[in-house]
Ligand binder design. Structure first.
Ligand SMILES: [Zn+2]
Length: 196
């Protein structure tokens, strides 16, 4: 162990931002870009969701529900790649489930999120999967029915509220691809770190 002068942090010389080199990052109009990992939301029992839809259309994908592998782990939805061996769900002969994902804005927390739309929810509100319906700017209301945490989810579309802040469309495919641990090269957002 080195003796002598104790190591002191250099005051005012943080080297976390080499590009700026001391210039202050004034920014009157930051862009509210999506975070690298956008949360996927579904309504909990007695906790309905009301989200502002940013995207014109929903993205649908076939998935498997993979049960928890042990205590402390949670079950999770994984995309089906259709490969007999490489797709863990197909390999374990799990049923395929359709899921819809909708790029939204959560007004209460002021950030992008992705609303999960189950098959039941899409059935209860066919406009969600109607390619002729432009969803951007509408509010989606998702409610879990019954008394079970896995009860079916019903959806409703509410009219646009003109005064509401409406951010750009979200790259839902890119966000899900990163979330599911597939290639992440496509990410080009700034992860809320404004460039200096
Ligand atoms: Zn599969």
């Amino acid at each position: 162990m080195r003796k002598g002068r104790p190591h002191l942090p250099a005051l005012g010389r943080k080297r976390t931002n080499r590009v700026g080199k001391g210039s202050i990052a004034w920014d009157d109009a930051p862009e509210f870009g999506p975070k690298k990992y956008v949360r996927v939301l579904s309504p909990k029992l007695k906790k309905d969701l009301r989200l502002l839809i940013c995207n014109r259309r929903l993205v649908g994908v076939w998935t498997h529900y993979m049960e928890a592998v042990g205590p402390g782990h949670k079950g999770k939805t994984q995309p089906c790649t259709g490969h007999r061996v490489m797709c863990a769900g197909c390999l374990r002969k799990r049923a395929r489930r359709w899921k819809g994902y909708l790029g939204c804005w959560a007004p209460k927390v002021g950030e992008y999120c992705i609303a999960e739309v189950t098959l039941e929810a899409a059935r209860s509100c066919h406009d969600l999967i109607n390619p002729d319906v432009d969803l951007r700017g509408r509010l989606v209301y998702l409610q879990r029915m019954g008394d079970s945490a896995n009860g079916p989810v019903m959806a409703k579309l509410l009219p646009y509220e003109a005064e509401t802040y409406l951010p750009d469309e979200l790259d839902v495919v890119g966000a899900l691809t990163r979330l599911w641990g597939y290639e992440s090269d496509a990410w080009s957002g700034d992860d809320r770190k404004p460039a200096v």
